[in-house]
Design a protein around this ligand. Structure first.
Ligand SMILES: [Cu+2]
Length: 172
C-alpha cells in the first residue's frame, strides 16, 4: 500500500515537470520578462526600505538618542523653523528642553494642548508648556510634564507660526 502511494506521488511530480516543459518559446520569454520585473520590484522595495531607515535614523538620533523617547531634548531655532522640528519625550515625568536661538530675532518654543491652523486661533489658554521668548544668540530651557500624546509646537512671536515656525512633540 505504502509503495503504491509513493509511486503515485512521484508520477504526479513527473507530470508537473512535463507540463512545465510544454511551454512554448513565446511563453518562456514572457515568463522571463515577468520574473525580471518582479525581481526589479523587490530590489526597488529593498532600496526604499534602506533609504527610509536611513532617514529615520538620521533625524531621530541627535534629538533622542536613536528615536527612543528621552527626558531631555535640545531644539535650535532660526527664521522660521525649529531643528529638530519633531521631538520625542517621555510621558508622565518631568522632561526638559534646552532651546538655542540660532536665529537673528527672538523666538520661543510653545507646546499647545490643541492643534491650531493659524495664528488667529492662538490663545494663552492653549499653552501646555513653553520655553519663553529667547533673544537671538541666547539659550533658555523649560521643564514640564506631558501626558502621552502628540502635541503641536509653535513659536508665538507675531508672524512666526504663520511663516511656518512649528513642529511636534510626541510624548510616550
Ligand atoms: Cu519665532
Amino acid at each position: 500500500m505504502t509503495d503504491t502511494t509513493t509511486e503515485k506521488s512521484s508520477t504526479a511530480a513527473a507530470d508537473d515537470e512535463t507540463s512545465e516543459m510544454r511551454f512554448g518559446a513565446g511563453e518562456t520569454a514572457w515568463l522571463a520578462v515577468v520574473t525580471v520585473l518582479a525581481l526589479l520590484g523587490v530590489a526597488l522595495g529593498v532600496i526604499a526600505l534602506i533609504v527610509a531607515k536611513d532617514n529615520t535614523g538620521g533625524s531621530a538620533a541627535p534629538a533622542a538618542g536613536g528615536g527612543a523617547a528621552a527626558t531631555e531634548a535640545t531644539v535650535s531655532a532660526s527664521e522660521f523653523a525649529f531643528d529638530p522640528a519633531d521631538v520625542q519625550l517621555v510621558a508622565g515625568q518631568e522632561v526638559s528642553v534646552q532651546f538655542d536661538n540660532a536665529g537673528a530675532v527672538e523666538h520661543n518654543w510653545t507646546v499647545l494642548s490643541e492643534q491650531i491652523g493659524s495664528e488667529a486661533e492662538f490663545s494663552e489658554d492653549l499653552v501646555l508648556a513653553q520655553v519663553p521668548n529667547t533673544a537671538a544668540g541666547e539659550s533658555s530651557d523649560a521643564s514640564f510634564t506631558l501626558e502621552a500624546g502628540e502635541y503641536q509646537v509653535i513659536c508665538t512671536v507675531t508672524g512666526h507660526f504663520d511663516a511656518g515656525m512649528q513642529g511636534t512633540v510626541s510624548a510616550s
